[in-house]
Design a protein around this ligand. Structure first.
Ligand SMILES: [Fe+2]
Ligand SMILES: [Fe+2]
Length: 255
């Protein structure tokens, strides 16, 4: 990453650290700990992480950082959504593992047109070498195929597949909050060679995209906690926007 963009990212992290942590991350500490444990310890997930890590590129801010956050939040959402249903702990954990796999794999074909469909097919291919059943592989496939915003999702053939599909969507869209401004934006700007002035020009367009996502959450938990995650991002974004405007002003005064 170039020096200016790196400096701006550090400043964005400083700004973000002054904002409160969204409630989703303080209320669900136990399932977050469980999701993290499965993410770092479950042999199937660890095996997939090794593969995904070597394939994903950080270029556009959709590398392993993004996939890790999507994975863990997806597993947490699954746990929360399943609390009202009659399932054994082991069954819930199995679905969390499938959510973690879907999260890791969902952007594996990010650089392709229709990356959701292409990623779903690639996930299915990779899962052939994994200890998952045909129905479980179909679950991961269906979830990845449905993760793109502003498209009509395909209905899933079983309620628990639908649940994982909806949780993956919501956890991916949680990233449009704080992560946009501490991570994604800077990787995209760096990749495209954008100057601070060009970032400023694109800012209002990016912010309006976030506001549109707020209406699209698919699970009750996503609808309850997602808007706060995104609005925290928007508040951080406003501060970063002001900081960037100042930066540009000072830069033109120096010329
Ligand atoms: Fe994606
Ligand atoms: Fe994603």
């Amino acid at each position: 990453m170039n020096e200016v963009t790196q400096k701006l990212q550090r400043e964005a992290e400083r700004i973000a650290s002054r904002h409160p942590i969204p409630e989703f991350y303080t209320r669900f500490k136990a399932p977050i700990a469980l999701a993290r444990r499965l993410f770092y310890k479950d042999p199937t997930v660890v095996m997939m992480r090794d593969i995904v890590q070597s394939v994903l590129q950080e270029d556009l801010g959709h590398g392993i950082f993004h996939s890790t956050h999507v994975s863990i939040d997806c597993a947490v959402l699954i746990w929360v959504e399943m609390q009202t249903l009659q399932f054994y702990d082991a069954e819930v954990e199995r679905l969390m593992v499938l959510g973690l796999l879907a999260g890791l794999l969902h952007d594996i074909r990010r650089e392709e047109d229709n990356h959701a469909e292409a990623g779903a097919k690639e996930a299915l291919r990779l899962l052939r070498d994994f200890p998952v059943s045909g129905t479980e592989a179909d679950c991961v496939y269906s979830a990845i195929r449905n993760h793109e915003a502003f498209t009509t999702p395909f209905p899933c053939r079983l309620p628990w597949i639908q649940l994982i599909s909806d949780c993956l969507y919501d956890s991916d869209k949680f990233r449009w909050g704080v992560d946009t401004f501490t991570h994604t934006l800077w990787h995209m700007a760096n990749h495209r060679g954008l100057t601070p002035r060009e970032i400023v020009e694109r800012f209002p367009w990016g912010m309006s995209g976030i506001m549109q996502i707020i209406e699209t959450f698919r699970t009750p938990t996503g609808r309850e906690f997602g808007p706060e995650i995104l609005m925290t991002g928007v508040e951080i974004g406003k501060e970063i926007y002001r900081y960037l405007l100042n930066w540009c002003r000072e830069e033109s005064n120096e010329k």
